[in-house]
Design a protein around this ligand. Structure first.
Ligand SMILES: C[S@@+](CC[C@H](N)C(=O)[O-])C[C@H]1O[C@@H](n2cnc3c(N)ncnc32)[C@H](O)[C@@H]1O
Length: 273
């Protein structure tokens, strides 16, 4: 019988007092349930209260123990969602109930996941926090496509960048980045949350001198049964992604290491654009 949220909060409903128990910020990987770590699985099985995001797959959620109270705190573009401040307050409150509080996050909690903000908020209020790393989308998807993120012949560095600016940042995409850094041809560039700005982002790279023939790939629902892959040279990627109507969550990977994904796609009947 799962605990209700009220029961999970126990005596903490009146407000935080006394010592807090640990909050676990747990990364669950990009979707494939077998990419969970043993530690994540143990914490999920033993949790009293689980707060979870939009990108956590149903298969992963099914691993949570039946006793746990579940609270959805995801954010969806265009919909009314729980503000980040409220998530902070909930975590703070529940930590004082003496229950095991697990905050599940897709991928790794510290990669574009606001794990850092939750850590700062809780630690500033004396709540112990433990971070359990997860496989970030870049690693999971690179493995699923059988491409390396670095390679001694093609890429001596890898860079994770977000395509989505904070809501208060209204600067056009062309002014948001140091393009000379992003357009290094010996680096693999991974763009998280980059679907809506992909045309402008690709333009920025091309104008900074990255070759239009640079291999690139966009992957929706990576590592799951519904994974979709669009491979194209950088110059044609935005059009190819639009034609394929890829939706969120989609990850974009650009760089010479992607040549193999591009070739695989051509072999499978795709065409160069
Ligand atoms: C808010 S960020 C969270 C990233 C997460 N913390 C991680 O380490 O992977 C969400 C973005 O991650 C990427 N992403 C996460 N899981 C994905 C998946 N299974 N397939 C494709 N992209 C994914 C997408 O770019 C998505 O918009």
């Amino acid at each position: 019988m799962p605990l209700s949220l009220k029961e999970a909060a126990g005596g903490a409903c009146a407000g935080p007092s006394g010592p807090a128990s640990s909050v676990y910020l747990v990364g669950v990987g990009p979707g494939d349930v077998e990419l969970l770590t043993v530690k994540a699985l143990r914490l999920m099985r033993d949790a009293d209260l689980v707060l979870y995001d939009r990108l956590i797959s149903p298969e992963v959620l099914s691993m949570v123990g039946p006793q746990a109270a579940m609270l959805y705190v995801g954010k969806e573009a265009g919909l009314h969602t729980r503000p980040q401040e409220e998530i902070h307050r909930l975590l703070h409150l529940y930590a004082h109930a003496g229950k095991s509080v697990v905050r599940l996050k897709g991928g790794d909690p510290t990669v574009f996941g606001r794990g850092g903000e939750e850590l700062e908020y809780l630690e500033a209020r004396g709540v112990p926090v433990q971070i359990v790393p997860g496989i970030t989308a870049a690693s999971g998807i690179a493995a699923a496509l059988r491409v390396p993120l670095t390679h001694r012949d093609y890429a001596d560095s890898v860079r994770f960048v977000t395509g989505h600016a904070r809501s208060e940042n209204s600067a056009p995409v062309a002014e948001r980045y140091r393009w000379e850094v992003l357009s290094d041809p010996s680096q693999t560039l991974v763009v998280y949350m980059g679907l809506s700005t992909l045309p402008q982002f690709a333009d920025g790279l091309l104008q900074a001198g990255l070759d239009a023939s640079t291999p690139a790939v966009a992957v929706q629902d990576g590592t799951t049964a519904t994974q979709r892959v669009v491979a194209a040279p950088l110059g044609g990627l935005a059009t190819a992604v639009e034609e394929a109507s890829l939706a969120s969550p989609t990850l974009v990977v650009i760089g010479r290491v992607e040549a193999r994904a591009l070739l695989d796609s051509l072999k499978a009947g795709g065409r160069l654009r």
